[in-house]
Design a protein around this ligand. Sequence first.
Ligand code: UDP
Ligand code: MG
Length: 329
Amino acid sequence: MSQAVPIAVSVVVPVYNEEDSLALLGQRLHTVLAGLGRSYEIVLVDDGSTDGTWAQLQTLARTMPHLRAIRFRRNFGQTAAMSAGFEAARGDAVITLDADLQNDPADIPLLLARMDQGCDVVSGWRQHRQDPLLNRRLPSMIANALISKITGVRLHDYGCTLKAYRREVIQGIRLYGEMHRFIPALASWVGGRIEEVPVHHHARQFGASKYGLGRTFRVVLDLFTVKFLLRYSAGPMQLFGKIGASFGVPGLLMLLIMIAGNLGYHLGWHNMAEDLVKRPFWIMTAFLLIFLGVQFVSMGLLAELQIRTYHESQNKPTYVIRETLESAC
Ligand code: UDP
Ligand code: MG
């Protein structure tokens, strides 16, 4: 994020083929933001639109103050568009919302008020969501329950783009895949206070949704990554080591029992030896388990190396400091 001029509020909007809603969006944003009595900017990111979106943005930039537009060379996806917006944003508070007017700019003051009370992330909750039930709301309900359970940050509506973030919280977060929705969970990892507030939601008036059922699956896959990052990024061996041990130890035990059985055979315990040694299946299984165990432990060691490269090459600490204090005497 650039540091140049201090601004109170930045509004970041990802835009992909939304030519029909932009004029109205600009107008509504301007009305709400001008009424705040704070300095503001609007950062619109055109995510490689193929319709007249960029021309619309050029027109808006001629008529509206405090507006900046960024244009991608091709469609990189909503998360990338939001990342670019965060990078460009200069505000102490950063607010994101959709370009299609499904989110209501009139909710922005409410989010800011919560932030003034000390929240680091205020997440919109589309209590009366105006999207189809079967292919959008239902999968989203399941995804929200799953994300809440796995990340431990309980929200009703991870998918709502209308959210407000304190600048420090998103500053260090890098977003990949579909990960913009996980920012509240990632923010809680850096010690942020997260709250949810009910916001308005409208049916799409212009254009078409860019998503279908497929997104839910992509989100669930990203959830695994986020969980791994949150829980094990500082010590991946903890995870891989455990999995490795749960394969390797039983394998080793089986092998030991078979060796003991083999010895027993020579000591005259023929029945036991028949049972164990003469079944190639068990021998193979034991070796397979040991092999898997070794593989997982090696993978853990490699991941540990990777983590060190990641943190040390970027000078990235493995902790986040809120503030420091020195004695004044
Ligand atoms: N969007 C984007 N890049 C994409 C897809 C969507 O920037 O590849 C933007 C889109 O223009 C909108 C927001 O992301 O402002 C949410 O998209 P959409 O309204 O299609 O999602 P839905 O509301 O149906 O979940
Ligand atoms: Mg929408």
